[in-house]
Design a protein around this ligand. Structure first.
Ligand SMILES: *[C@@H]1O[C@H](CO)[C@@H](O)[C@H](O)[C@H]1NC(C)=O
Ligand SMILES: *[C@@H]1O[C@H](CO)[C@@H](O)[C@H](O)[C@H]1NC(C)=O
Length: 301
């Protein structure tokens, strides 16, 4: 009995490995032409050290080639249009000092960004009174907008990624960033050197949040299904090439491993439930994005 079982397992192995390759939707962010000189600059906005790996791993590992890989579109992105790798910047709004561990957590964030491959001159951590790690505090959206505005102006950023209006876990610091970016987008287009596009990470319901390795498999089925619908002209997506709809990044086994390694850099945060999170969370496998729209300016109504 054991031998046939072994053969079946061996036969299924390539299928499994095939399922665990990285994949992204053909629509990603508006990266523009794929030439090195015009590599777009993309900013990840987070609230606390460890957000970058806990929630945004699949996107970061897809957008940043692992060290040693030359900067060319990755051949592992099967079934999808290759993109020019963007320059990835990271701005974390706090040192995560809610438990007085801010000093250590700032260092852990650096180690994690090393693993993920965000360059040292492209990362910043704020430690301001207005933006302290606090699970009951909303941060001021106008202040966030002003802070991000200065940052993207200084660094020629054209794409911002952050949390959505629920903020994955319902943490007000997370969704404050969403509201801040939404206000930023309400500024007159002439304020920006480059047209600005922003995206939010889609929060999942409790039911689908912890499906672990099923997440990449289901996401790929969904992507295949929707591309079939599009081919047959029955797709419901109405995106133009300039305005991609709901980009999706699915990590492969390598990307997942890199995200886990990065998560392990957050030594002060290790606890048994974090291990469970790494095994079961779908955010280590799949990131789905939605375009952020500008806040309607109440004063002009
Ligand atoms: C957290 O924010 C609340 C207000 O939302 C405030 O009352 C409380 O003092 C803050 N906690 C700390 C430690 O600053
Ligand atoms: C947020 O900050 C702005 C600019 O500093 C200020 O005018 C506004 O009153 C603040 N809003 C709240 C709710 O504190």
């Amino acid at each position: 009995m054991a031998i046939p079982g072994l053969y079946v397992a061996l036969a299924l192995l390539p299928v499994l490995l095939g399922l665990l390759r990285p994949l992204h939707s053909s629509n990603v962010f508006p990266f523009g032409p794929a030439s090195d000189s015009s590599s777009p600059r993309l900013l990840l906005l987070t609230a606390h050290p460890d957000d970058e790996t806990f929630f945004f791993g699949p996107t970061l590992t897809s957008l940043i080639p692992s060290s040693g890989v030359s900067l060319s579109p990755s051949p592992t992105h099967s079934n999808s249009v290759p993109f020019a790798f963007p320059h990835v910047y990271s701005l974390c709004f706090s040192v995560g000092n809610a438990d007085g561990l801010g000093y250590e957590r700032r260092r852990e964030l650096q180690d994690s960004l090393d693993v993920l491959g965000v360059a040292e001159d492209k990362r910043w951590v704020l430690d301001k009174n207005e933006f302290q790690d606090n699970i009951t505090a909303m941060w001021n959206a106008s202040l966030i907008a002003a802070t991000v505005y200065d940052f993207i102006s200084d660094h020629d950023i054209s794409i911002i990624l952050t949390f959505d209006s629920y903020g994955v876990s319902g943490h007000p610091n997370h969704y404050s960033l969403y509201h801040g970016v939404s206000q930023l987008l309400a500024m007159p287009p002439a304020s920006f050197k480059y047209p600005l596009a922003a995206y939010s990470l889609t929060s999942k319901s409790v039911v689908t949040k912890y499906i672990g390795i099923m997440a990449p498999i289901l996401a790929k089925l969904k992507m295949t299904f929707s591309s079939v619908l599009q081919l047959t002209g029955r797709g419901t997506e109405t995106g133009s090439p300039d305005l991609p709809v709901q980009p999706i990044f699915v990590a492969g086994i390598g990307g997942y491993y890199r995200a886990v390694l990065a998560t392990l850099q957050h030594r002060s945060q290790r606890a048994w439930f974090r291990w469970l999170y790494m095994v079961f969370s779908q955010y280590l496998w799949v990131n789905e994005w939605e375009r952020i729209h500008a806040t309607v300016d109440v004063k002009t109504l």
